[in-house]
Design a protein around this ligand. Sequence first.
Ligand SMILES: *Cc1c(COP(=O)(O)O)cnc(C)c1O
Length: 393
Amino acid sequence: MDTKNKGFNTKLIHAGAFEDEFGSATVPIYQTSTFKFKNAQDGADCFAGKSKGYIYTRIGNPTIRAFEQNIAQLENGFDGIATSSGMGAVSTVYMALLAAGSHIISSDAVYGPARGVLEQDFSRFNVEASFVNTSNTDNIIKAIKPNTKVLYIETPANPTMEITDIAACAAIAKKHGLILVVDNTFCSPYLQKPLDLGADVVLHSITKFINGHADIVGGVIVAKDEKLYKQIRHSMVYMGCNMDPTQAFMVLRGVKTLAIRIERAQENAMKVAEFLATHPKIAWIKYPGLPSHPQYELAKKQMSGFGSMMSFGLKGGFAAGEKLMNNVHLALLAVSLGGVETLIQHPASMTHAAVSKENKLAAGITDELVRFSVGIEDVEDIIADLKNGLDKI
Ligand SMILES: *Cc1c(COP(=O)(O)O)cnc(C)c1O
């Protein structure tokens, strides 16, 4: 079915799906490493790009293509490139868009390894990186150098929930000839469409909201045009961080319920945030849906909903946070986010452990910060669990 002009929910269910000879209702798992050519000429045509036939699963596979085309339509992009993990997507984008001697500007509160791989690995290839608080776009302008090639933002940022103005970044990128990359993991295309706001490339850890069931790891990149798409796909294929057909099948199943999962999770999150905001043991809370969030107005402008991620600090600092984490029972003490189950974690000692103490503090990742990913359980149960944990402090 051609879903190009259909609504978002219809695309979730049908975009990228294709008909096979059996009339399968879902896209099957094409669990094969390689594909037979019809004859020698067909093989040569496939490699020359004259025929659209499949060659080898690292290069392309029907189950994976169905997911890539699904997400490309959800993000309103040219085409998608699925990867083995979210970090596979991040590293592929760096590999494709940076070279020795080039410079990248990134949000200082990005996902820990997205910063770590620049500082510890790409630096060995003479790639320079600056990390600034991109929620104030003046910081970006000040960091631009003659060799800056990429502006990389994550919004809302992980785990500080700082929000960066995507349209303003797109204007800066355009003026200075930079490629704007947005990590849209915290929102998913249901809440935020970076390409529509002027970004060039959008990427996701599909491990989180897009798959949504905490049962696979994966990533995806969507490019706005053919040139960027080809450049990035080349890097993915040559670096070899392709998605696997079974992963693609799982995420095609998970993505169908993205909208209803997010609707329920963000409805729950608003109630949880309101509960925490007035609790005497809470020192501060950052949730984009509360007017106390410093970029509440921007969140309303560029996101169509506030999502289900929040961070908060307890009076009593990390010791109090540790007590809470050890005394919740419904919320799983686990990293990751965006699944149907509620998760709680401590970024300073867990997801952002690889970032130096000094850089963590500069990015607002303080020792008392607790990250909370609200699931779709009954909200009364989530709140009762938190209340019980807070009472133990
Ligand atoms: C989890 C995450 C990643 C990395 O994804 P993996 O699937 O774990 O490799 C990148 N960016 C953000 C914002 C994330 O939350």
